[in-house]
Design a protein. Structure first.
Length: 155
């Protein structure tokens, strides 16, 4: 039995040394992986810091855009009011143009009537002129007047 025990101790001791070595290799392996994870963690923290800065910048831009959008909305409301006023004014102008067209038609009729009346007046004046010429011509009258004076002197 003692022999058996002696034989067990060296096997246990060999196994222990072997296991101890394996444990050392495992610890080194875990240690190197932990170092790698630590490096990656540091890189991730830097990336997250950059992402946070970008996010803050974008948040600020969105805030500026929201303010700008409010200004645009306000301006759009003013434009809507102006368009409504312009539309109402355009309706008034349309009515005025219709009235002006109607007035122009009346003026056209009056001009036609006036043209016709002027033609009649021209004809009447021509008749009167010819009639007066036939009755007595001014030159003839002057000549007759001289003859009468001469005849009166000779008498």
């Amino acid at each position: 039995m003692i022999i058996a025990m002696k034989s067990k101790k060296p096997n246990n001791q060999i196994n222990f040394n072997q296991e101890f070595r394996r444990l050392g290799v495992f610890i080194e392996h875990v240690d190197s992986n932990v170092g790698l994870i630590a490096e990656q963690h540091s890189d991730i923290k830097k990336d997250i810091g950059g992402i946070k800065k970008t996010l803050d910048s974008h948040t600020e831009m969105i805030g500026d855009l929201a303010v700008g959008l409010e200004v645009v909305k306000s301006d759009l409301e003013v434009i809507k009011k102006d368009v409504k006023i312009t539309k109402d004014d355009l309706e008034v102008v349309k009515k005025d143009v219709k009235i002006t067209k109607d007035d122009l038609e009346v003026v056209k009729k009056d001009v036609k009537t006036t043209k016709f009346d002027i033609e009649i007046i021209k004809t009447d004046i021509e008749l009167i002129k010819n009639s007066v010429k036939k009755k007595i011509d001014v030159d003839e009258f002057a000549a007759l007047e001289k003859r009468v004076l001469i005849l009166e002197k000779h008498r």
